[in-house]
Design a protein around this ligand. Structure first.
Ligand SMILES: Nc1nc2c(ncn2[C@@H]2O[C@H](COP(=O)(O)OP(=O)(O)OP(=O)(O)O)[C@@H](O)[C@H]2O)c(=O)[nH]1
Ligand SMILES: [Mg+2]
Length: 207
């Protein structure tokens, strides 16, 4: 399938499940804690610097944002979790929006779970990994901000991910793709895009 990734545009921000898009087109979902680099990944992978709003202030993305790529599929930017400074009421609202999308009213085709390579999986990340492995929805891990680590720490932290119990089977074999990624350097950009396309194509073939 030929995709012109630069022919991408913001479609809508959904603040409640009634506004979720369910039009049958594949939806590639970005999940991860606040500030992990979800919006930056969208801009990098789609080579479209200003598409998704990014910020050094965590909590920028507070609604479910849909981006259409070449009118063929969506990239869905979920609100980041684990942002400590949000009020409990806010956290509940974001949590329930994400929960509604993932568990009930959304249409996830493939999920990219972003984990900060330097920080490693947080408690919230582990909850997501646990949920993902039980969900039956195809997913991969994108290890973000890889540019922040030196070679030794990078290898160490990638190995820690590849041997993490939540990403391995009973024999200790990791069966989830883990892609080192840097929006700053463009590392992993093509791998992530290819992975996305393979799931878009697969889902189209299943129609
Ligand atoms: N060094 C480095 N910084 C990055 C990278 N990706 C994102 N950042 C920075 O991390 C901060 C957060 O990035 P965002 O893309 O806005 O993060 P987000 O996951 O969308 O955050 P929320 O919208 O709050 O959920 C910004 O200051 C980015 O410039 C990266 O690959 N390397
Ligand atoms: Mg964001």
């Amino acid at each position: 399938m030929r995709i012109n990734r630069q022919n991408s545009k913001f479609v809508t921000s959904a603040a409640n499940p009634a506004s979720f898009i369910n039009d049958g087109k594949p939806q590639i979902v970005l999940s991860g804690r606040s500030n992990v680099g979800k919006s930056s990944l969208i801009n990098t992978v789609l080579s479209n610097g200003k598409l998704a709003r990014t910020s050094s202030e965590p909590g920028k993305t507070i609604m479910v944002n849909y981006y259409s790529v070449d009118n063929k599929f969506y990239i869905v930017d979920l609100p980041g979790y684990g942002y400590a400074k949000r009020s409990d009421a806010h956290k509940k609202q974001f949590g329930s929006l994400t929960d509604s999308y993932l568990n009930k009213y959304g249409s996830p085709t493939f999920i990219l779970q972003l984990i900060d390579l330097k920080v490693g999986p947080t408690g919230d990340d582990c909850m997501m990994l646990d949920w993902l492995s039980a969900s039956g929805i195809p997913y991969a891990v994108v290890a973000t901000k890889a540019d922040k680590l030196n070679k030794t720490d990078r290898e160490k932290n990638l190995k820690a991910l590849a041997t993490h119990p939540l990403l391995c089977d009973e024999e200790g074999v990791c069966n989830v793709d883990i892609i080192p990624f840097s929006s700053l350097k463009g590392e992993g950009k093509e791998e992530v895009f290819s992975l996305i396309l393979s799931h878009v194509t697969e889902s189209k073939n299943a129609d």
